[in-house]
Write a protein that binds this ligand. Structure first.
Ligand SMILES: [Zn+2]
Length: 496
């Protein structure tokens, strides 16, 4: 008997993520320049410190350090009582000083973890470290009178930047995307950054390699592959997912041909839908790190960490669990409603005002409200809609004053204007049918159809449907079908 050895062999992706997030402090990391540079004219937010002029002395931004520690605590990291900044030396035109102030061996936070859930499976992703550094300037490649040139804008130079590094615990593009999205959520819940990938305030750099494993032994092998490919310049979750997918396929092909993929940095080319080599990397960079001589080391007390940890709000995971438990929401609805703090708050206020059934409120928000907001490319914070108004709208539907279909139309208007539902009903001239009016119509219908009533009493179910249909026709569909049925049945039993 012969068998193919390959039957038992599989390739497992080994992925680690480096995520850079700009912190939303008002001033830069080591000087008083404003960090609000996004639409500013180039080189207008600079000073001798962030331009790296000789003799300029840095002063560390206390709030940025606190933000880094808060992120560390939220990611279950150990926060160091003793820490310091180091100089990372390298030359690049966007780095004015010729070195970057970063952290080498004593990061503010390390050894944490985050749980992610993909396809119903929960996995622990190790966080190696979260350290603080300064952002670099920006290079702009352009053309002037036919000559290609590169301009540099130092507005971004010195903006506080946190780097969060994971262990190589991620094994698919979906897991990578889920981790990055969760991280973005946590940072937004903490209100320490807008973590906007389009604006570049959150940047993802996955490193990808493959290891050979026996089928069924996935995730049990801990040995790392002898190479790794870093993916750079990715500015959306979707691109990150695609770039990782592409890399896994590309590397597998090379490995299966008996070769070893090159250790290198590659970028994602969206037009070509492929990763392209940017530069080959030597084994390890020699950044000649040494302690930053212009900034004294830090010593924090445990009671300081205790006091700042009290500032950590309920985080997405806890909130989601609470929503499924306290409001009996489905996991998916709870996930959608806790995506942002504002939406979660809106739901809780609306559910508190409506009281009757939080699931109905959840359905309206995850369905109609989000659909309308998406159409206008808005979030709940951009809309003047009040939670109490949504609850009031649901009451009107319950009372039969408007139909569900009309309710949707009214809601769409309320999302735009912020008007309360009653005012909107009058404005849009959508009237439902009051209970008294409906009762009147039902009585009339019954008195006009003695034959149908006789048939119904003989057990003809179709006669009941006929009567309901008659009422619906007269009300032009403005009464709730269940209500019509209920009224007709009641009047029929009274007619006995
Ligand atoms: Zn400055």
């Amino acid at each position: 008997m012969v068998r193919e050895e390959t039957e038992f062999v599989n390739w497992e992706a080994v992925i680690g993520l480096e995520v850079h997030i700009e912190l939303s402090t008002k001033s830069k990391m080591f000087c008083g320049c404003s960090t609000d540079y996004f639409t500013a004219k180039p080189n207008t937010h600079t000073c001798p410190v962030c331009l790296g002029l000789p003799g300029a002395m840095p002063k560390a931004n206390k709030l940025a350090i606190k933000y880094t520690q808060l992120i560390g605590l939220a990611l279950n990291c150990k926060t160091r009582t003793g820490s310091k900044f180091d100089r990372k030396n390298y030359f690049y035109p966007d780095l004015a000083k010729g070195f970057q102030i970063s952290q080498y061996d004593l990061p503010f936070s390390e050894n944490g973890h985050m749980f992610i859930t993909t396809n119903g499976r929960t996995k622990k992703i190790g966080i190696t470290r979260a350290h603080l550094e300064e952002d670099t300037g920006k290079l702009i490649h352009t053309k002037l009178n036919g000559t290609r040139l590169t301009l540099v804008d130092f507005n971004r130079s010195g903006v506080p930047l946190i780097e969060i590094v994971t262990e190589p615990d991620i094994s698919s593009s979906l897991e990578a995307k889920t981790y990055a999205r969760n991280l973005q959520q946590v940072v937004r819940y903490l209100k320490v950054s807008d973590a906007d990938m389009e604006k570049g305030s959150m940047r993802i750099e996955p490193n990808v390699s493959l290891r050979k494993v026996t089928k069924g032994q996935e995730s049990m092998v801990k040995e790392l592959p002898p190479y790794k490919v870093e993916l750079k310049n990715i500015n959306s979750f979707k691109f990150a997912e695609k770039a990782i997918e592409y890399e896994i396929k590309r590397q597998r092909k090379i490995l299966e041909s008996g070769k070893m993929p090159k250790q290198e940095t590659r970028g994602w080319n969206e037009t070509k839908q492929e990763t392209v080599s940017q530069r080959s990397k030597e084994e390890a960079h020699d950044y000649r790190y040494f302690p930053e001589p212009d900034l004294p080391p830090f010593a924090f007390e445990e009671k300081y960490f205790k006091s700042i940890s009290e500032e950590i709000p309920e985080l997405p995971d806890e909130k989601r669990k609470r929503f499924t438990k306290d409001y009996s929401l489905a996991e998916n609805d709870a996930r959608t409603l806790t995506e942002g703090v504002e939406l979660a708050k809106f739901f809780e206020e609306a559910a508190g005002a409506y009281k009757k059934d939080p699931k109905i409120v959840a359905n309206w928000i995850t369905g109609e409200v989000l659909r309308r907001l998406n159409e206008e490319n808005k979030t709940i914070s951009d809309s003047p809609l009040l939670p109490a108004s949504l609850a009031e709208l649901l009451f009107l539907i319950d009372k039969g004053e408007i139909t569900k279909a009309n309710g949707k139309e009214i809601l769409a208007n309320m999302i735009k204007t912020g008007d309360d539902p009653r005012a909107t009903v009058i404005k849009l001239k959508v009237t439902g049918i009051s209970d008294i009016k409906l009762e009147e119509i039902v009585i009339q219908t019954i008195s006009r159809n003695p034959k149908a009533i006789e048939d119904y009493k003989k057990g003809k179910e179709a006669s009941l449907m006929f009567l309901i249909g008659q009422v619906q026709r007269i009300t032009k569909g403005q009464a709730k079908p269940e209500k019509v049925r209920e009224f007709v049945l009641r009047k029929l039993s009274e007619a006995d």
